[in-house]
Design a protein around this ligand. Structure first.
Ligand SMILES: [Zn+2]
Length: 423
């Protein structure tokens, strides 16, 4: 792998050179300081007028839904999910390949270098992302709807996927999802969690996303909320990635904190489906939970833009609490980067020596950065993701000056499968 030297790039308020070797950040030093370590074939990139930021980690999405955007507008959550399940009857490996590839293209163009995905036909999604060069975490989805024969089929399918995943040669990772407490039988939730823990795989689920999910859970499980129900089953832990965690009691927050659960806030999806917006950021953080950000799938949030997710998360948090200090910039940035790396057990999420080289090169030579303010303030609140000029993932350029190799072919390929999900 060719070494890369980013020369004169702004990092945390000062000019630096960043040397990348074998996919890792090998050195960060004052400009002109890295000379001794540079091999003659290194690619030297003049980064004056640009700033470095860690690649985003989208902690909850469904890449295979990238071609379903805009299909279910102005409907309530139950109608939305029923219609999604109807549309999903038309999907097949070819659809997933193109949809995931289009999603990866969009993620690269908006600065995401790692994503935690939850969808079907994982071998095809894996092939699509491997061709794009970013790092996927794929979650097999258990969703039996209480049907025992379906549960058995899913166990068999998962076990064969697990065997396959052992020979994956790239840095893709397999984890285990139980879709939600309302869509998966107790027996299957417990089986999935036990398997995951025995084989050192992370767990992922939708949790307390809507008020009715909580009410229905209480009605069918002796007054226990979804969080309390999972606690009773022994599922809560630092290996659980819980998407949404929006409707929480004080006891739920205490349990999520005590068990150091990773809670993923997906504000745009929640706002769009009117699931709620009062995410208890400060309470979860103070209780000990690891708060991360995600976009959710395009069927609800319409895009995969993490910078947009950051801005919306912060401004909604400030608004509903009537407190402009409610989500400080540094913490917001951590939720979109390093906290995700911690949850996924990956050596990335920050620009530091020894970390995987997942780096955004942000163009600051435009009006959005035209003030003496810190970079982060203008990046989050003033700019848009198209100020991301180039993206390095795992030490390789996956976008250079806004160009991703094969973009036109991906759009053309994706158009050939759109007919499969006509409403
Ligand atoms: Zn979701």
């Amino acid at each position: 792998m060719r070494a890369i030297l980013l020369k004169n790039i702004a990092l945390d308020g000062s000019q630096k050179d960043i040397l990348i070797k074998d996919g890792i950040i090998a050195d960060i030093c004052a400009p002109e300081g890295a000379g001794a370590d540079i091999t003659p074939d290194a690619e030297i990139v003049d980064c004056r007028g640009k700033a470095a930021f860690p690649g985003f980690i989208n902690m909850h999405t469904h890449a295979g839904m990238a071609l379903m955007r805009g299909m279910q507008e102005d409907v309530n959550f139950q109608v939305w999910i029923d219609n999604v399940w109807k549309m999903e009857k038309g999907i097949d490996p070819d659809f997933i390949y193109w949809s995931t590839k289009a999603a990866a293209l969009e993620m690269i163009k908006t600065g995401t270098t790692t994503f935690n995905d939850q969808y079907w036909f994982i071998p095809d999604a894996h092939r699509a992302v491997a061709e794009m060069g970013i790092s996927p975490v794929f979650s097999y989805v258990f969703l039996d709807g209480g049907d025992a024969s379906k549960a058995e089929r899913q166990k068999d399918e998962f076990l064969s996927l697990y065997e396959q995943s052992l020979s994956w040669k790239d840095d893709a990772k397999l984890i285990v999802t139980f879709h939600a407490v309302y869509s998966v039988s107790e027996e299957l939730i417990v089986w999935a969690a036990e398997f995951a823990r025995k084989h050192n795989l992370l767990l992922h689920a939708h949790l307390s996303e809507t008020r009715s999910e909580v009410e229905n859970c209480k009605a069918s499980h002796g007054g226990l909320s979804p969080v309390e129900y999972l606690d009773r089953l022994g599922i809560l832990g630092p290996d659980l990635i819980a998407a949404h965690t929006l409707w929480l009691s004080d006891n739920d927050i205490r349990l999520l904190g005590e068990h150091k659960v990773n809670c993923v806030h997906n504000i745009n999806s929640n706002l769009k489906l009117a699931s709620g917006y009062q995410f208890k950021y400060q309470e979860l953080r103070d209780a000990g939970a690891n708060v991360c950000l995600g976009t959710d799938g395009c069927a609800s949030s319409n895009n995969l833009d993490m910078l947009e997710a950051m801005k919306t998360s912060a401004i909604v948090q400030k608004a509903w609490r009537d407190d402009p200090t409610a989500m400080p910039l540094e913490e917001l940035a951590a939720a979109a980067t390093i906290n995700g790396a911690r949850a996924l057990h990956l050596n990335t999420g920050e620009i530091a020596v020894g970390k995987r080289a997942d780096i955004l090169i942000v163009d600051t030579d435009n009006s959005f950065f035209l003030s003496p303010a810190p970079f982060l303030a203008n990046f989050v609140y003033s700019a848009h993701s198209d100020c991301i000029d180039s993206v390095i993932a795992g030490g390789r350029f996956v976008m250079k000056h806004r160009i991703v190799t094969g973009e036109k072919e991906i759009l053309e390929g994706a158009r050939t499968v759109l007919y499969k999900i006509k409403p």
